[in-house]
Design a protein around this ligand. Structure first.
Ligand SMILES: [Fe+2]
Ligand SMILES: [Fe+2]
Length: 334
C-alpha cells in the first residue's frame, strides 16, 4: 500500500556498472535464497534492480505515511470529544512513526533520508493518491480509519513476509498499529450510524466520497501493471493489485451493510459461483489525474511538507551542532 504508483523505469535503466557483477550464477543463487524464503539482509549481495525496486517502494510508502498525517491532523482540534481527540492524536503520531521506521528501512539500502525527503519535496517521488483528497467532515475521519487504514492492512499484512528483512520486520509493528487505526475508524462510523439522521447522512456522504479513491489505492489493474511479475518473483509482493482489491471489497461490503450504508456503486453484485463481490468499473482516468498532480489537495499537501522542512531546519542544525560538540572530545580522547 501506498506504493501504488511504483514507477520502475529507473529499475529498467539500472546502473550498468553495478549490474556488471550480476553473473547468471549469482542471480540464480540470489533467486534460490528468495525461493527458500530466506530473508535478504542489508549486507547481503542483491541485484541492483531489486535494491532500486525496494528503495522506490519503501520510500514511497514512507512518504505516504508522512503526507497522510495532513488530512487527519486537520481534524485534531475539531474532534467531537476528548476521547476522540486523544485517539486521533495517537493515530496521527503512529503514522509519523511508520514514516520514520520506513525511512530507516530504506536507508539500509544505501540511500540517505535527506535524499529521499528531497525527492518528495521536489516532486520526483510519489506518495499514495488517496492523500490528495480533502477531509470535509468528522465522518471522513471515521471513513479514513475504516477504509484507508483497512486497505493499508490488506496490502501490508503480506509485506510482513517480504523477502527484504528490514522492510518485513518494520511491517510487523506497523500492521499492529494499523489494526487499531482501522478499528477506531469503524467505531466512529458505528457511532454516527447509530446517531441522528444528520449523522447517518454525514457517514453516507463520507463513504460516497472515499469508496472509489480507496479502491484505487491498490494500484492499476493487473493487466496494466507490467512490473508486478518481477516483484512477485522476488517475493516483495505476494498478491497482485486486483487480488488485494478483491479481498478488500469482499471484507468491506458486509461491514458497510452492518452500518446500514450503501456502497456508491450501482453495479455492485455478489457472484455466487465465485463467492466474490464484484464492483463496477473504476475510473482510472481520475487515478492518473490525481497521481499526476491534479487532485484537489496535491499542492496543499506538498506545500505543507515544504513548510515543515523549513520550520524544522533549526532542529536539524541544533542536532548537528550537538553531535559535533560531543564528537570533538571523543576524538581527542581517542
Ligand atoms: Fe500507517
Ligand atoms: Fe494507519
Amino acid at each position: 500500500m501506498y506504493s501504488q504508483a511504483l514507477d520502475q523505469r529507473d529499475v529498467q535503466r539500472a546502473d550498468s556498472q553495478r549490474e556488471a557483477g550480476e553473473s547468471p550464477d549469482r542471480l540464480a543463487r540470489f533467486q534460490a535464497r528468495v525461493e527458500a524464503e530466506e530473508k535478504i539482509e542489508p549486507n547481503d549481495w542483491m541485484p541492483e534492480a531489486y535494491r532500486r525496486t525496494l528503495v522506490r517502494q519503501i520510500s514511497q510508502h514512507a512518504h505516504s505515511e508522512i503526507v497522510g498525517m495532513g488530512p487527519e491532523g486537520n481534524w485534531i482540534t475539531r474532534a467531537p470529544s476528548l476521547r476522540r481527540k486523544a485517539a486521533l492524536l495517537a493515530k496521527v503520531q503512529d503514522e509519523c512513526g511508520h514514516g520514520v521506521y520506513l525511512y530507516a528501512a530504506a536507508e539500509t539500502l544505501g540511500v540517505s533520508r535527506e535524499e529521499l525527503v528531497d525527492q518528495l519535496l521536489t516532486g520526483r517521488a510519489k506518495y499514495s493518491s488517496i492523500f490528495n483528497y480533502p477531509t470535509l467532515s468528522w465522518a471522513d475521519i471515521g471513513a479514513i480509519g475504516w477504509l484507508v487504514d483497512g486497505a493499508a492492512i490488506m496490502n501490508q499484512i503480506p509485506l510482513c513476509r517480504c523477502s527484504y528483512g528490514p522492510y518485513a520486520r518494520a511491517m510487523i509493528r506497523v500492521c499492529k498499529e494499523e489494526s487499531f487505526h482501522q478499528r477506531q475508524g469503524y467505531e466512529i462510523m458505528v457511532t454516527l450510524c447509530r446517531g441522528t439522521a444528520a449523522q447517518r447522512a454525514m457517514a453516507q456522504d463520507a463513504l460516497d466520497r472515499w469508496w472509489w479513491p480507496v479502491l484505487m489505492m491498490f494500484g492499476p489493474p493487473d493487466a496494466e501493471s507490467q512490473h508486478s511479475d518481477q516483484s512477485m518473483r522476488w517475493k516483495i509482493k505476494r498478491f497482485t493489485n486486483d487480488g488485494l482489491r478483491q479481498k478488500f471489497v469482499d471484507a468491506t461490503v458486509p461491514q458497510a451493510r452492518y452500518l446500514g450504508l450503501a456502497i456508491p456503486d450501482p453495479d455492485l453484485r455478489f457472484d455466487e459461483a465465485a463467492g466474490h463481490w464484484l464492483t463496477g468499473p473504476i475510473d482510472w482516468a481520475e487515478f492518473r489525474r490525481v497521481l499526476a498532480g491534479g487532485g484537489v489537495c496535491n499542492r496543499q499537501r506538498l506545500e505543507a511538507r515544504r513548510r515543515a522542512q523549513q520550520d524544522g531546519a533549526w532542529v536539524r542544525d541544533a542536532a548537528r551542532a550537538y553531535a559535533a560538540k560531543h564528537a570533538a572530545p571523543a576524538r581527542e580522547a581517542a
